[in-house]
Design a protein around this ligand. Structure first.
Ligand code: PGA
Length: 249
């Protein structure tokens, strides 16, 4: 079901003490909202975070997961491990995973299938690089990222998918896509899903924007009709900034 979502991508930040402090601050300051609010501490602090937020509406989600059920994958985390600590949602396909850890569309398709097989909800990230936009290939790149990883799914699987359009050139750079650029791409994504599936699937999927969303630009970005929320990196590490972004939705 399409809903408003503000998700914090904490990346490789915050040790145990800092995690506990930020979670306590967020719990205390969380405004009344109809939006789903998610945070994603590092793996080692996920279990503690689920306990700390037991009585909160804030959902704890993972930054990644492996596609195999279990076995000889040193350093990796399975869907079952996440479920066993009460984590039911995972970010898959973040551009940093693609760029630094060699995650291809084919690998991501396997991760998506593995998550869905375990009923794990997915925040699926994708987005073009600066050269793609400069050369006018951004729509084509986004279309192929979507199709390669997601378009072999049954239409009913889309109920477990949240999309996060994150142009790589806007991540951590301070340079945000303009609200118009975000809207243009989100509308294109919905059109692509309508063509690949149908209008109902396209209308029901939440599409988040990510890339240098801050308290100062969130309201304008979130006001666009096809933008259903944000995946927030840097600004999710500061309680007051993240709270301001939640208020903006
Ligand atoms: P940023 O990161 O908000 O720091 O640009 C967004 C993301 O990587 O999800």
């Amino acid at each position: 079901m399409r809903s408003k979502i503000v998700a914090g991508n904490w990346k490789m930040n915050k040790n145990l003490t800092d995690t506990e402090t930020l979670l306590a601050e967020l719990s205390a300051k969380l405004p009344d909202t109809n939006a789903e609010v998610m945070v994603s501490p590092t793996y080692v602090n996920l279990a503690g975070a689920t306990r700390a937020l037991e009585n909160s509406t804030i959902e704890v989600i993972a930054q990644n997961m492996h596609f195999a059920e279990s076995g000889a994958y040193t350093g990796e985390i399975s869907a079952d491990m996440l479920l066993s600590i009460g984590v039911n949602t995972a970010i898959i396909g973040h551009s940093e995973r693609r760029a630094y850890f060699g995650e291809t569309d084919a690998i991501l398709a396997k991760k998506v299938a593995a998550a869905l097989a375990k009923n794990i909800r997915i925040v699926f990230c994708f987005g073009e690089e600066l050269e793609d936009r400069k050369s006018g290939n951004h729509f084509k790149v986004v279309e192929s990222q979507l199709k390669n990883a997601l378009f072999s799914l049954d239409s009913n699987a889309w109920g477990k998918i949240v999309l996060a359009y994150e142009p790589v050139w806007a991540i951590g750079t301070g340079e945000t896509a303009s609200p118009e650029q975000a809207q243009e791409m989100h509308a294109f994504i919905r059109k692509t899903i309508t063509e690949g599936y149908n209008a109902e699937v396209a209308d029901e999927v939440s599409i988040l924007y990510g890339g240098s969303v801050k308290p100062g630009n969130a309201t304008e970005i979130f006001s666009k009709p096809d933008v259903d929320g944000g995946l927030i990196g840097g600004a999710s590490l500061v309680a007051d900034d993240f709270v301001a972004i939640i208020k903006a939705i």
